[in-house]
Design a protein around this ligand. Sequence first.
Ligand code: GAP
Length: 491
Amino acid sequence: MPTIDELAAFCKRKGFVYPTAEIYGGLSGFFDFGPLGAELKSNIKKEWWKFHVHQRDDIVGMDGSIITNPKVWDASGHTAHFEDLMLTCSKCGQKVRADQFLEQALKMQAEGLTAEEVNGLVKKHKLTCPSCKSAFREVQPFNLMFSTMVGPKEDSSAKAYLRPETAQLMFADFKLVADNARMKLPFGIAQMGKAFRNEISPRDFLFRSREFEQMELEFFINPKDPKCPFLDEVKEHILLVCSEEMQKKGDAPKKMSVADALRKGVIKAEWHAYWLAVEHQWFISLGANPERFRIRQHVQKERSHYASETWDLEYEFPFGWKELLGMANRADFDMQQHMKSSKKDLSLFDEETKQKVIPHVVAEPSLGVERAFLVFLFDAYTDDKERGNIVLKLSPKLAPIKVGVFSLVNKLNEEAKKVYDLIRNDIFCTFDTGGSIGRRYARADEQGIPYCVTIDFDTLKDKAVTVRDRDTTKQVRIKISELKSYLLAKC
Ligand code: GAP
């Protein structure tokens, strides 16, 4: 696996991701996606939406605005609680995120420590500013929401925020969506789009940035009916589990089936276990390495203000096991908060019991698009010494470009262009005439193109082309008349 810096350099070189506006020196925590990156990101989102919305009868989508009424953030608790602790150097003014600084300096788990605990540790271990070695000031909370002004006013009445998560409008608009789509509990609302957090210390390339995208799902159930009817579909699925208890005892994570995790009470709610398995399966179905995933339960101190129980799907990045997807049990926290704050009834009427129900969100799979982007790239990146180039073994579903069309020699370009024109409306492909055929194969490997179609002199006689498989380099001869359906089936 490459290091995160090697991957970042590769991404820039091949046109996946650049530091934003690099000609002006960039801006920390912000990135631009180049031609290949924009395609990969869009394919990840398309696959997520297809899997979570189109292929299910119990989930509908919505697309809320990025800036909304700030009362939403007061009700959700973000205005008051969405903050990290920050240490500021008393001399040079450098600011660091306290938990990350302590984790690095003391090799400990520091998320969720209180201000007193941070101050105590800084004092006890005589920790100083990483830049100038001077003492820190007392730790301070720092709210991560970006604020802005709406309209031409500049007073506090115009203050609004860029959303720090996509989740909240799925609660605020819950009643409209449920009624319009005639949904019955249990059901989910899905949404994807930009989120913004003014991270104190953005780091690790795309992993922790200030502008990113989320793909989130709020799954609502009737709290009186907590059974998951789909459990059988995942009960044999194996997860590497790291529970709160294992962490407290210092035990190593254990592999167990979903059924065992529920039977032993390691995971409490059926729906929570179901969605953890399903999200793991989604990654595997798109070519990720199943062995690099585990689920880790948040210890009490780490849990967000809204969560009664949280599990993260973690991935083993080159910089350690890190959160890829968070899955909190938000219960009825958000619904109650929005009902209280808006004074509107968001409950549903249950036909069976003839009673009003305030739904609970028992699982909220929340995934950052850029973290998924990193995972698929890390698992695809193969330094093939024999070929002498990187081979990006992305699933054909995710590959930015599906097919490369080449002519063996320039004399055949016209013939090759005809083949390219034949398939390009149905399959996203590229027509490459630059350099030797070996050079073009190598370039295609590095762009993650799963199939290369080569037109040679025999094509003029047999009306067939050679199709090369990126991962095996095996070549097959396919009739031009069958090429489109062959490639569509493969991709
Ligand atoms: N609605 C719940 C929520 O937002 P979260 O754990 O704060 O939960 C969910 O975020 C996911 O969003 C994370 O698991 C991660 O994939 C992504 N994410 C969060 N902060 C991020 C950041 N600064 N940069 C990139 N991705 C981020």
